[in-house]
Design a protein around this ligand. Structure first.
Ligand code: GDP
Length: 461
């Protein structure tokens, strides 16, 4: 396949030590020769320190040539490693364009690599996941995807389906040979094994998606219960403004922390209560929307005032400001005269009420940090309900999960109707399952799917 020569900055725009301009396509070597003003016979993959002639100035850069097919895209590729800096990189790119290349679109280098058979679709997606990885675990599962772990297991299932389809097609060609009872049992057994394996992949993907996307948590409660303080305590930051003035948090404040390799994104919301303040009312509407979009809700309250925010989402009841209770308890022990009956009673009735509701609230102090680590562990356990096995492979990409689900649905139909419908209908179902699986690696993906995937890539990749 031959395409136009394309160019893009492969490193992030801005001032940096080095900027890499990547050119891919038939004209790349010739363009490089014009820029260095020398008809150099490039040795493959060898770095040359050369003067580059760009616009009306001359600079030094390292130039390297990767001849087709041994390059990232599978085409002739030249990389120019110049001094970092937005202006210089821009000038080099303009020069390359004036010499016959055009600007690459997002993900176009990777798309060419896929179209030239250098990598499968899932591997290209894995590269983007590696680029975007923020945690060890995200990087680990992305590199495993890149190494072909998923593709291998999917291709095995495709091969098993091919064998079964071959048997069915043979019977269709010779209608006098019907499936015997033992052949039917055997084929159904094989189909069910594939179905179970695919179902397990989908079931485990819950953890995979958490690893990849993180967990969204809304902190809700009345004004002044300590929502902003809790966000700061969990993220060990000063991201949210803490004051004793009710209604300080008017918009949703976001911050994140990592725990056991998972990213937890916190959303500190405006205190939900009846308000006449126009700005605060908008904040409250946003808070309610945030709850809808979150995976988990922390219902925060003070010891004497249960949280009034109701939610059907998974939630944890958190009672804050326990340092005040401890203080009173302490005063009570040290000096019985100083006993604060009010707080003590409230605290006791609060515990009883909570225990009755079997909500098992957690008691913390966002101010002193007491109970905050325990809360982190509780949040983790609430979200990760089955252990993450580091030696196992998890689906982390929604597209892959949807492909597996589609394949499973066709398999299920084939199994259910195996004895009651014609073999050409079973064959069609199995072919659809095979095609759905092939979309993961891209062998059966159509142009629209391919374009959609690569359009999400960054420029220069
Ligand atoms: P929000 O309106 O719910 O976001 O509450 P803030 O985080 O702004 O806190 C309101 C007030 O409660 C501030 O004066 C905080 O210092 C105080 N506060 C927050 N958490 C605690 C806590 O655990 N103990 C005590 N004693 N005060 C707290």
């Amino acid at each position: 396949m031959e395409f136009e020569t394309i160019v893009a900055l492969a490193t992030p725009p801005g001032n940096s030590g080095v900027a890499v301009v990547r050119i891919s396509g038939k004209k790349s070597k010739q363009i490089a020769q014009k820029i260095i003003k020398e008809r150099l016979i490039f040795e493959p993959r060898k770095m040359y320190l050369k003067k580059i002639h760009v616009k009306n100035f001359v600079d030094y850069a390292l130039v390297v040539f990767f001849p087709s097919p041994h390059s990232y895209t599978g085409e002739d590729v030249v990389e120019i490693q110049a001094h970092g800096g937005y202006f210089l990189a821009r000038c080099i790119i303009d020069e390359v364009v004036s010499l016959g290349a055009r600007l690459a679109t997002a993900g176009e280098f990777s798309k060419r690599a896929f179209l030239n058979g250098k990598m499968s679709l899932d591997q290209a997606e894995a590269i983007m996941d590696i680029i975007n990885a923020e945690t060890d675990m995200q990087a680990k599962f992305s590199t495993e995807l890149l190494q072909g772990n998923l593709r291998e297991s999917i291709e095995n299932h495709q091969n098993e389906l091919t064998d079964i389809l071959a048997e069915i097609e043979a019977k269709l060609d010779y209608p006098e040979y019907e499936f015997s009872a033992s052949e039917t049992t055997n084929t159904l057994k094989k189909l069910k094994t594939i179905e179970t394996s695919l179902n397990n992949l989908v079931a485990d993907s819950k953890n995979g998606l958490i690893i990849k996307n993180g967990v969204k948590i809304a902190i809700v409660g009345a004004p002044n219960v300590g929502k902003s303080s809790l966000l700061n305590a969990l993220t060990k930051s000063e991201k949210a403004i803490v004051t004793d003035i009710a209604g300080t948090t008017r918009d949703v404040v976001e911050a994140e922390y990592q725990y056991n390799g998972i990213i937890f994104r916190l959303f500190d919301t405006a205190g939900i209560h009846d308000s006449t303040d126009t700005v605060e009312k908008i904040g409250i509407t946003r808070a309610i929307k945030t709850i809808d979009e979150c995976d988990l809700v922390l219902r925060l309250s003070e010891p004497n005032a249960p949280c009034q925010v109701k939610t059907k989402k998974p939630h944890i009841d958190v009672i804050n400001k326990m340092d005040l209770i401890s203080l009173f308890d302490k005063r009570e022990t040290e000096n019985p005269q100083c006993h604060s009956e009010q707080i003590s009673t409230l605290c006791h009735s609060e515990r009883v009420k909570r225990d009755e509701e079997s909500q098992n609230p957690i008691y913390i102090s966002a101010k002193t940090g007491e109970g905050v680590d325990e809360l982190k562990q509780l949040i983790f356990e609430k979200i990760i309900t089955s252990n993450i096995d580091q030696n196992k492979f998890y689906l982390t990409n929604t597209r892959h999960i949807e492909c597996v689900k589609a394949a499973t649905a066709h398999l299920k139909n084939a199994i259910k109707n195996f004895n009651t419908t014609t073999m050409d209908i079973i064959s069609a179902e199995l072919k659809s399952a095979w095609t759905a699986l092939g979309e993961i690696s891209g062998t059966t993906a159509n142009e629209t799917i391919i374009d959609k995937i690569f359009s999400k890539f960054c420029l220069g990749k």
